[in-house]
Ligand binder design. Sequence first.
Ligand code: UTP
Length: 295
Amino acid sequence: MIARLRTVVFPVAGLGTRFLPATKVVPKEMLPLMDRPLIQWAADEAVAAGADTLVFVVNRHKRAINDHFDLAFELEQRLEAGNKTELLKVVREILPQQVRPVFVLQSEARGLGHAVLCARPAVAEGSFGVILPDDFIVNREGPGALAQMAQVQAEMGGSVVAVEPVEWKDTGKYGIVAGAEVGARVSRIDSIVEKPRPDVAPSNLAVVGRYVLDTRIFDLLERTKPGAGGEIQLTDGIAALLAEQPVHAYRFDGVRYDCGTKFGYVHATLQLALDDPEIGAQVRRLMQEHRLADT
Ligand code: UTP
């Protein structure tokens, strides 16, 4: 059976402070990797996992995200008049026809858990996906990370969070899980903590920006009090969910680039450029020239 996730939520109402001044006017999710903004790579991954409803949790400064997924009437007319059929196709196919974007407002940045809760009215009962677009994940050989997780959920039930091992010194930057192995790449979580110091972290398995959650999480998030940093943490909602149903940690197949940091963003751009059929060879030559120049 091929599993699919009908609804995917994109919590994109954060302030994006680590990329200032670039993100003073342009939302972080609109920063491009090659020729498409981060939010579009994320939408493509959701559509590939079977989504037909994409819920964007935005704030009042993120108008550009609405505009990106809206019809660009004048642009389309001009491309049509100029016979630019290839470009017209690119613009028209930003979202396939059967996919519906929904925009929900988070009026105050009260944390990731609160942002997910804001999506509640747009999410149908059952399982739904969550993607944080600045965690960009590429799987060259097979299905995207969210599609892999939908499959795990269909086979094992409960909820699923994506994890990857990080260096122990970095546990304080992530939600960290501990649990027992129950299948290939899958363990059943028995504890989850937000940003533990390395000396108290239960493991070095870090939660990254992909989740398949049961809608039960909404009731639990409603009761979640502000935690680390005064924000309503998704991690705390998941900790409450653990008491009621299995939550699986899944070590996805693919490479994650943390595009919320300068290094991760440059690394992702470089990798995509090297893999690009049009400019890959040129970029490789450029890198070789630089290596010669530096030695
Ligand atoms: P981050 O912790 O990366 O924060 O949020 P940020 O605002 O995007 O970026 P920095 O750290 O200031 O540079 C993780 C995810 O949760 C969303 C963010 O948009 C991002 O996708 N988020 C966070 C919300 O939607 N609302 C919030 O209140 C907080």
